[in-house]
Design a protein around this ligand. Structure first.
Ligand SMILES: *[C@@H]1O[C@H](CO)[C@@H](O)[C@H](O)[C@H]1NC(C)=O
Ligand SMILES: *[C@@H]1O[C@H](CO)[C@@H](O)[C@H](O)[C@H]1NC(C)=O
Length: 357
């Protein structure tokens, strides 16, 4: 059987202006520019060494490089490019899901498209995918610098959408992965500053950790950024943010390494060069796979985890065996959870949810 797969070619724009196709499912690490390889290898093997980073050259940002694509039940496949200056094309009657890809990501990557499909198959909603690959296909430390600018662009757009209407931004749910998770937090904060509205919900999928860990709450995702902030931790201390940053935090398999993904001890640097990017960054991307599955299923059962072992490299959160409380993780999590911190075990492959306590 021949499997036909549309090959979409994306580019990595580094300062050298080289253009290399980037698709997380096909590109191998070894074919990326050297600076990027070094960053990725450092993230997946040792975690990132925090240091102060100054975003000096952040002046070439162009709002036009941030694309918003609208998908609806009538128009599920090819996104309609929204005009940011005149956002009247928003259908305010439906609930809105805004999806934001992460570092090295793109609107058309399998997982963003998977989220979109899951939402349109589940709800009568509008999905808006934020495309910022002009800035995400770059060194992490460069992409990082654009996050506040892009967040501000989107926050101003959302405030403009509601001008002259009684539309409440609490009908909006933003789902962001990696740097997109941090961006979601900054959008939520900025709409409060600009038009005194609070987003309804932010779901951060392994929100980015490097360079954010020691920033104050107003420069990163925190529970005040929306009425409800749920966080799915899958690779904390490597690419993901270490520790609680939501109204409720889910630590999947303890939040650091995911079953079925490569563990750093079994890979050598030589070996990972030949692996596709989604393999190398598997722990970090898994948060999206779990979220997609959770839209269709209420079977990700989470157990409260107070008094966690807290041993850094083995994860922050273990199962609470003394007085466990249970909830559901993912899309259908109750917006008023009885606890703040949960542990979620999964299978090593799809379906990931175990569906039992
Ligand atoms: C930042 O700008 C300065 C001055 O234009 C330049 O010398 C330097 O190489 C730039 N750095 C980066 C990372 O682009
Ligand atoms: C979806 O919602 C829109 C706006 O509220 C409504 O006009 C439409 O009839 C709904 N479609 C279905 C299939 O319920």
């Amino acid at each position: 059987m021949v499997i036909l797969r549309s090959v979409i070619v994306f580019c990595v724009f580094l300062h050298l202006n080289v253009c290399i196709p980037l698709d997380e499912d096909t590109i191998t690490l070894g074919t990326l520019p050297e600076g990027l390889i070094n960053e990725i290898v450092s993230f997946v093997t040792t975690g990132f060494v925090e240091e102060f980073y100054d975003c000096l050259n952040n002046s070439i940002f162009k709002e036009d490089d941030v694309k918003l694509l609208l998908y609806t039940p009538e128009n599920p496949e090819k996104g309609i490019l929204l005009n940011k200056a005149n956002p009247t094309s928003f259908n305010l009657e439906r609930p809105v899901k805004i999806l934001i890809h992460g570092w090295l990501g793109h609107n058309n990557n399998v997982r963003i498209q998977g989220l979109k499909r899951a939402y349109l198959e589940t709800y009568n909603c509008s999905v808006i995918a934020v495309g910022w690959s002009k800035y995400s296909h770059d060194l992490y430390s460069s992409s990082f610098c654009y996050i506040p600018r892009i967040a501000d662009t989107i926050a101003r757009l959302l405030c403009r959408v509601r001008e002259g209407t009684d539309y409440k931004l609490n009908r909006i749910h933003v789902v962001g992965h990696s740097l997109g998770g941090q961006m979601a937090g900054l959008i939520g904060q900025q709409v409060q500053n600009l038009c005194e509205q609070k987003l309804g919900r932010i779901t951060a999928l392994d929100p980015a950790g490097p360079l954010f860990s020691y920033l104050s709450n107003d420069r990163r995702l925190d529970p005040s950024d929306a009425k409800f902030v749920d966080v799915i931790h899958t690779n904390q201390e490597y690419l993901g943010f270490y520790g609680d940053c939501g109204t409720v935090d889910f630590y999947i398999n303890c939040g650091t390494l995911q079953p079925g993904c490569l563990y750093k001890k079994v890979i050598s640097i030589v070996d990972i060069m030949n692996l596709p990017l989604h393999y190398v960054l598997c722990n970090h991307f898994r948060s999206m796979d779990y979220m997609i599955e959770s839209i269709y299923s209420r079977k990700f059962i989470a157990t409260s985890c107070e008094g966690c072992p807290g041993e850094r490299l083995t994860g922050l959160c273990g199962e609470d065996v003394v007085s466990p409380k249970y909830t559901i993780m993912g899309e259908h999590t109750p917006l008023k959870p009885s606890f703040k911190r949960y542990f979620v075990p999964t299978n090593s492959e799809t379906p990931f949810a175990l569906g039992r306590y």
